[in-house]
Design a protein around this ligand. Structure first.
Ligand SMILES: *[C@@H]1O[C@H](CO)[C@@H](O)[C@H](O)[C@H]1NC(C)=O
Ligand SMILES: *[C@@H]1O[C@H](CO)[C@@H](O)[C@H](O)[C@H]1NC(C)=O
Ligand SMILES: *[C@@H]1O[C@H](CO)[C@@H](O)[C@H](O)[C@H]1NC(C)=O
Ligand SMILES: *[C@@H]1O[C@H](CO)[C@@H](O)[C@H](O)[C@H]1NC(C)=O
Ligand SMILES: *[C@@H]1O[C@H](CO)[C@@H](O)[C@H](O)[C@H]1NC(C)=O
Ligand SMILES: *[C@@H]1O[C@H](CO)[C@@H](O)[C@H](O)[C@H]1NC(C)=O
Ligand SMILES: *[C@@H]1O[C@H](CO)[C@@H](O)[C@H](O)[C@H]1NC(C)=O
Ligand SMILES: *[C@@H]1O[C@H](CO)[C@@H](O)[C@H](O)[C@H]1NC(C)=O
Ligand SMILES: *[C@@H]1O[C@H](CO)[C@@H](O)[C@H](O)[C@H]1NC(C)=O
Ligand SMILES: *[C@@H]1O[C@H](CO)[C@@H](O)[C@H](O)[C@H]1NC(C)=O
Ligand SMILES: *[C@@H]1O[C@H](CO)[C@@H](O)[C@H](O)[C@H]1NC(C)=O
Ligand SMILES: *[C@@H]1O[C@H](CO)[C@@H](O)[C@H](O)[C@H]1NC(C)=O
Length: 566
């Protein structure tokens, strides 16, 4: 979303071109597109024709997002970018499937309409007493990116404008607020996914009660962020606005409306505010030198504070680029949607619970697995129960119960979908453990995988490594004896190490090591220096001492195998 390339741009436009080149370019251009900013009454826009704002920043036309050729929309995008950044979509919830015979025009009744095979698909729906049928009606794409329907070129009486019907983008000069007469609030609503402009789960808009606050809501109902009230300079909960030298924000409140608008001091800077798919609002600025969109600020600041970002039974991890993950025993409802950054579908069980379906899992009773390092789901119900065993039973006996937790003082259970789970980073893991209900077979495979891993790490690996390492030591010893050089033994190259070693490697390290082996590279034996062993055992700390072997103390050594491979 933030690494679009910029083609040409203002720099090249200001250079003087030979007039004939300019003229032929214009001719070529006008054959392919309208190249104009205005659609007059009686004319139509169709096919690959577009309108271009006078400053060349914005373009309006037909487009199909992503790979879908049979979902056609009318929208406005930045003109000079290689990848299309759409700032407005007329028919976001009504895509057109038939690419032929689509037109945009001003209808006889004065409405701006989209026609597909002569049928009206989308219309500005002006109230019949305010529409105007004069022949000087025109639809114009302005420099600001606003598409207006107006009566005549010098008429300031705008009949309809796209700025009053935003999709997910708020451009400088637009208003975001509340019409006090109609009680309608202008909201920005996120796209459904990165290839579908249909209304998604997240929206931002003014307080319908008329205060100066703005809210971000999930599914138009659950508020998960509020701006705080406007104090004349900033919103009380957005202190970042104080150190702002780019935007001129202003709040207007009168008897008809409350709204917030902004402009950019340097009008040649491109800027937009979006309600992102990620559930954050983001203020973005195009940086000419860097050729990238810079996120000026984003709210809520923590990505995992977005309500239900990962859907039911999904967990959010601030530290992972992919953010969302399904809980153990669950899989994404739609991998196609999650690949387009839409996790609203959440995750579904791999195996139904026994209580939901008598016949599944041979009727074995459901079990629980512990969830470590994970915040508690939303909406726990507390039960007056005094022991962990009873708490577990209370959950087991209720078919809708999906998880329980017992923390010494009380029992909590959860009904139905688990929402807002979040991986807790190292350090503040706390003692928040809760137990997730799974079908018996899932519990078995969870326990099995853990046992198998443990067997590997604690038995197979140490034995094989010990054999290899001792073999290596013996070889070295032989070579040294053969060479019989007068070199003094330095502490750095201590190869003889009179201890038995048990190496505890993590799964990742093992995978890396085995991949190295597969990749054709020689997987040579590690050469341990005294320093590395000392570091790996934390200076031979007692904490890492596993016990005394026949040849001396045994230390737990944690090594990053790859970095040790020679
Ligand atoms: C249009 O009609 C509505 C009610 O039908 C009325 O409230 C409104 O004032 C009218 N507008 C104009 C411009 O006449
Ligand atoms: C409608 O058009 C007439 C001229 O045809 C003009 O005088 C009038 O102001 C227009 N009304 C609106 C609401 O634009
Ligand atoms: C519209 O603009 C043109 C040129 O700018 C001017 O000559 C004309 O008088 C204007 N018409 C009206 C009604 O303002
Ligand atoms: C969006 O608009 C509707 C109706 O105007 C309103 O009820 C809703 O609360 C708004 N959503 C947000 C996030 O403000
Ligand atoms: C808005 O008004 C309604 C009814 O007056 C009230 O129940 C609600 O709490 C108010 N919301 C806020 C955010 O003030
Ligand atoms: C969103 O809200 C609608 C209407 O209020 C409701 O029918 C729908 O189930 C909600 N979606 C989710 C995922 O809860
Ligand atoms: C900021 O915006 C307001 C309202 O749009 C305007 O009156 C004011 O002149 C602007 N300030 C600057 C420094 O551009
Ligand atoms: C406005 O921005 C452009 C491009 O970012 C820059 O070249 C120009 O100097 C700026 N103008 C002012 C007055 O800061
Ligand atoms: C990040 O997420 C991916 C995909 O869900 C997962 O495979 C990977 O293990 C995660 N990484 C970490 C460090 O959690
Ligand atoms: C399970 O199946 C038995 C008979 O096969 C039936 O009596 C019982 O009600 C079923 N239980 C549930 C929870 O569906
Ligand atoms: C119950 O489980 C059986 C076997 O796993 C499956 O064939 C059947 O479709 C399931 N029924 C329901 C209602 O989930
Ligand atoms: C939980 O986090 C701690 C500290 O980061 C870590 O040592 C432990 O292995 C984690 N537990 C699980 C089951 O991931």
């Amino acid at each position: 979303m933030t690494n679009e390339n910029f083609r040409g741009g203002m720099g090249t436009r200001s250079k003087q071109l030979p007039w004939w080149l300019f003229l032929s370019a214009m001719l070529l251009f006008s054959c392919k597109t309208h190249g104009a900013d205005t659609l007059s009454a009686g004319l139509t826009l169709s096919g690959s024709q577009t309108l271009i704002s006078p400053n060349g920043n914005f373009e309006l036309g037909f487009f199909s997002p992503g790979k879908s050729a049979n979902r056609i929309y009318i929208g406005i995008w930045y003109k000079n970018f290689v990848s299309r950044i759409v700032v407005w979509v007329a028919n976001r919830n009504i895509p057109i499937s038939n690419p032929s015979q689509i037109e945009l025009k001003i209808a006889e009744d004065g409405n701006l309409v989209i026609l597909s095979a002569s049928k009206i698909i989308w219309s500005t729906d002006l109230p019949s007493n305010s529409s105007n049928t004069s022949s000087s009606l025109e639809a114009v794409l302005l420099d600001s990116g606003n598409f207006v329907l107006r009566d005549g070129p010098n008429s300031s009486a705008v009949i309809w404008q796209s700025f009053d019907h935003p999709t997910d983008t708020w451009l400088p000069g637009g208003k975001l607020g509340l019409n006090k007469l109609t009680k309608q609030s202008l909201n920005l609503t996120s796209w459904k996914n990165s290839e579908d402009p249909a209304s998604g789960m997240f929206s931002v808009g003014a307080d319908p009660n008329g205060s100066s606050q703005y809210f971000i809501k999930w599914n138009m109902s659950k508020t998960y962020w509020s701006s705080g009230v406007w104090n004349g300079h900033i919103f009380s909960l957005v202190p970042e606005m104080r150190t702002n030298y780019i935007y001129n924000f202003s709040y207007v409140s009168n008897e008809n409306e409350n709204y917030f608008t902004y402009s950019v001091y340097n009008t040649s800077i491109l800027s937009r505010l979006i309600m992102d798919l990620s559930g954050q609002i983001r203020q973005l600025t195009w940086l000419n030198g860097v050729w990238d969109w810079n996120i000026f600020w984003a709210q809520p600041k923590q990505q995992c504070d977005v309500y239900a970002l990962c859907g039911a039974f999904g967990s959010c991890n601030e530290k992972n680029i992919s953010m969302c993950e399904c809980l153990q025993g669950f899989e994404a409802r739609s991998s196609e949607e999650t690949s387009l950054s839409d996790w609203s579908g959440g995750c579904v069980r791999g195996t139904p619970l026994q209580c939901q379906n008598n016949t599944s899992d041979n009727g074995d009773q459901d079990g629980f697995i512990p969830m470590h390092n994970m915040s508690w789901p939303e909406n726990p119900q507390s039960l007056p129960i005094g022991s962990a065993k009873e708490c577990k039973l209370a959950c087991l006996n209720k078919c809708s119960c999906t998880a329980y937790a017992y923390n010494g003082s009380g029992c909590s259970i959860w009904d139905g979908d688990l929402l807002n789970l979040r991986k807790i980073s190292d350090g503040d893991s706390g003692k928040q453990i809760f137990y997730l209900r799974l079908a018996a077979s899932e519990v078995k495979s969870f326990a099995g995988s853990r046992n198998k891993r443990q067997l590997w790490v604690t038995v197979v690996l140490p034995i094989s490594l010990t054999i290899l390492i001792s073999g290596f030591f013996i070889c070295c010893l032989c070579i040294r004896k053969l060479k019989a050089t007068g070199e003094k033994e330095s502490g750095e190259d201590l190869l003889l190490f009179d201890v038995d070693m048990s190496i505890i490697a993590t799964n990742d390290e093992l995978n890396e090591a085995s991949e190295l082996g597969k990749g054709g590279k020689d997987f040579k034996l590690p050469l341990f220096s005294f320093a590395s062993i000392s570091a790996a055992t934390d200076d031979f700390s007692v904490a890492n001492k596993l016990g005394e072997g026949g040849f001396g103390p045994v230390y737990k050594v944690r090594l990053k195998l790859v970095t040790q491979v020679i």
